[in-house]
Design a protein around this ligand. Structure first.
Ligand SMILES: *[C@@H]1O[C@H](CO)[C@@H](O)[C@H](O)[C@H]1NC(C)=O
Ligand SMILES: *[C@@H]1O[C@H](CO)[C@@H](O)[C@H](O)[C@H]1NC(C)=O
Length: 192
């Protein structure tokens, strides 16, 4: 994977490959990363979800399956990046340590870290392609996402970081990653 990243960077700097091909590879990598995070999140489950039905909560994620593929590409990368970054912060928090199996948790964190590195390469590609719009797109996405995660933190605190509260948050994160995965599939470039 590290080698692919280097290759992506080299391709971008030489500007000799068609953008579509590079983008296709980047999307493929994003999907593989998302799938890995998704699978670890599923394995992380400790409390049977049916015991936690009373704790379900609507965290009001500001985007949905329909709106994400319509977003500007730079905005979508930004959303993806910020989402993974916030997830990393959430799961690496002290209060998360008590809730999960430590081996799986460290796999999750390392997977998130890898995905973030790959997205940094992709952002670099996109910045070369088009600089305009990105400055305005990202702060808005970041603010909406920060509010969304604030609702999650408030909820966890309100529930005393109970096993069920974490289970509800785990399911929420799994669903969001699934949406990211599907939207990166739907936004695959059709040229070439
Ligand atoms: C969550 O709340 C938002 C805003 O109030 C609403 O649009 C959405 O349909 C709700 N989602 C669910 C699953 O209830
Ligand atoms: C949260 O935990 C504290 C300390 O264990 C306890 O005193 C408090 O009653 C708990 N609150 C709720 C809502 O469960």
């Amino acid at each position: 994977m590290a080698q692919i990243s280097v290759w992506l960077m080299a391709g971008a700097m030489l500007c000799s490959s068609p953008a579509g091909a590079l983008e296709g590879d980047a999307l493929w990598m994003q999907r593989t990363d998302n799938l890995r995070v998704f699978n670890i999140l599923r394995q992380l489950q400790r409390t049977p979800p049916h015991l936690c039905l009373g704790d379900r909560n609507n965290f009001t994620f500001p985007w949905n399956r329909g709106t994400i593929p319509q977003m500007h590409k730079t905005q979508r990368t930004c959303l993806h990046y910020q989402m993974l970054l916030q997830m990393f912060t959430l799961f690496s928090a002290q209060c998360s340590l008590a809730a999960w199996d430590h081996t799986l948790l460290s796999q999750l964190l390392s997977s998130l870290h890898h995905s973030l590195e790959h997205l940094e390469q992709l952002e670099h590609l996109e910045h070369l392609e088009e600089r305009e719009g990105e400055d305005r797109a990202c702060p808005k996405v970041r603010i909406l996402l920060r509010k969304y995660f604030q609702r999650i933190y408030n909820y966890l605190r309100g529930k005393n970081y109970s096993a069920c509260a974490w289970e509800v948050v785990r399911v929420e994160m799994t669903l969001r990653i699934a949406i990211m995965y599907r939207s990166s599939k739907e936004s695959q470039p059709t040229q070439n």
